[in-house]
Design a protein around this ligand. Structure first.
Ligand code: 13P
Length: 241
């Protein structure tokens, strides 16, 4: 059975007080959502403690946005898997396009981070997706298949989530046409050996398009940026029909 996972990626937004304010409004609004829907918040490192405390006893799972491959060492600005698990972190985003684009993340470092996450018991959310230029050049499929092939070397498909995030649809308001997102996610699934891997769609997901997105047969969840920052919007997404 493929698990439905609705995850928010706060990126570099929200101080601790803003995070607390969000949770106060959000938690009460998702009581009615079916229990088997996993709700995850991937928050900045500085918010992990406060979010972890407020999550005690409720259904939200804690997520981080990156993890280093070494257990410890002279790696200024990085964070290790055991630092995350000690705080109750369950999920971690790996290889987000913003990390690939602005911070030099490559398929090789993505692979190292995935290994470190899994060996500490974290569930990585591996992000893949093509740029507009690659799509226009007809290279989207090749790019995605390469990201998967190189990123997943030696990685178990048992505790793994994949997010298909076409880069041109991130933060632009321009959602990928749902049938096309479903098709690409089917293509991603065809590259995997485990048929039960949850594959999410990400890119301008909103309360107004979530029903249509989740109605697609291949799409098992969403990774939400902008619309996860407002409690009402993210609750509207979690409570999709
Ligand atoms: P938006 O929902 O803001 O388009 O961001 C998507 C994303 O990058 C989630 O990781």
């Amino acid at each position: 059975m493929r698990k439905v996972i609705i995850a928010g990626n706060w990126k570099m937004y929200k101080t601790q007080s803003e995070a607390s304010e969000f949770l106060m409004k959000f938690i009460s609004q998702i009581d009615e959502a079916p229990e088997e829907r996993e709700v995850v918040l991937c928050v900045p490192f500085t918010d992990l403690t406060i979010v972890s405390k407020s999550l005690h006893g409720n259904r939200i799972r804690l997520g981080a946005q990156n993890v280093h491959w070494e257990e410890c060492g002279a790696f200024t600005g990085e964070i290790s898997a055991n630092m995350l698990t000690e705080m109750g972190v369950r999920y971690v985003i790996v290889g987000h396009s913003e990390r690939r684009q602005y911070f030099g993340e490559t398929d090789e470092t993505v692979n190292l981070r995935l290994k470190a996450a899994q060996s500490s018991g974290l569930i990585p959310i591996l992000c893949v997706g093509e740029t507009k230029q690659q799509r226009d050049a007809g290279e989207a499929e090749r790019v995605i298949i390469n990201q998967l092939k190189n990123g997943l070397v030696g990685i178990s498909q048992d505790k793994l989530v994949i997010a298909y995030e076409p880069i041109w649809a991130i933060g632009t308001g321009e959602t990928c046409e749902v049938k096309e997102a479903d098709r690409v996610i089917g293509l991603i699934r065809a590259q995997l050996t485990n048929p039960n891997v949850t594959i999410q769609y990400g890119g301008s997901v909103k309360p107004s398009n979530i029903d249509e997105i989740m109605a697609q047969p291949q799409i098992d969840g969403v990774l939400v940026g902008g619309a996860s920052l407002a409690a009402d919007d993210f609750a509207g997404i979690v409570n999709y029909k």
